[in-house]
Design a binder for this molecule. Sequence first.
Ligand SMILES: C[S@@+](CC[C@H](N)C(=O)[O-])C[C@H]1O[C@@H](n2cnc3c(N)ncnc32)[C@H](O)[C@@H]1O
Length: 234
Amino acid sequence: MPPYAGRRMPRIRQVPAHGGRQTSTIVRDLAYLTRLHREPSPLLLELEQHGLREGIPIVDRAAGRFLSVLVHCMQANRVLELGTAYGYSTLWMAQALPSAGRIWTIDPDMHRTEIAASYFRRAGLEERIEIINQPALEVLEWFPQRNLDIVFIDAIKTEYPAYLDAVVPLLKRSGLVVVDNLLWGGRAAASPRSSDDADTVALRAFSRTFLNYPDLDATIVPIGDGIGIGARVN
Ligand SMILES: C[S@@+](CC[C@H](N)C(=O)[O-])C[C@H]1O[C@@H](n2cnc3c(N)ncnc32)[C@H](O)[C@@H]1O
């Protein structure tokens, strides 16, 4: 007998796929959550403003918080990041590291990573963060670390599939691969067009690959610009 036999079926709230009401609810919910959370540390706030002022693409604050919680709950000692920029996401993770923790962060742009390093010094965390100034795919050919707790991917979008193949074997069992920008400012979910740019096309294909990756238990959550999170299962 079905569990609701003889009783009224519970009403399932249907959320329309499109429509102004849904959009305004999401905007209001996000504004509410922004007000609800306490502010990041003054240094993170300064770095966030620095990045935004100079048009540096950094993770959304909500994504930074999410990374911080992941590092805390996993007591992650060994973190690899692809795409440092000014070190905003790095600093969110570094502030959550246990005392023996270490982050390797890769970005070929030396100007950006010098700025990142200045923030790491000011946070007193420079000893725990190693910056590698080379393209990620080159580094991943010789990178000697294994049993990583978390790999955070936030570099060249069209290279995401190659990053994924290279980093999953570096994770410990149940280690996490976390990927930014899978919603790509609304472009990923928009109806595909022949005029779509290469990043949008690549990210759509990547998300399908990611969610069906044989060695991962993976999902994508609408935090910030869309975060993929996958745990290594094999
Ligand atoms: C989106 S930004 C990273 C933002 C950073 N994760 C944050 O939230 O603060 C992407 C970075 O990838 C870097 N990048 C470009 N080519 C790269 C490559 N081949 N390997 C690794 N990083 C690369 C760019 O210099 C840029 O700083």
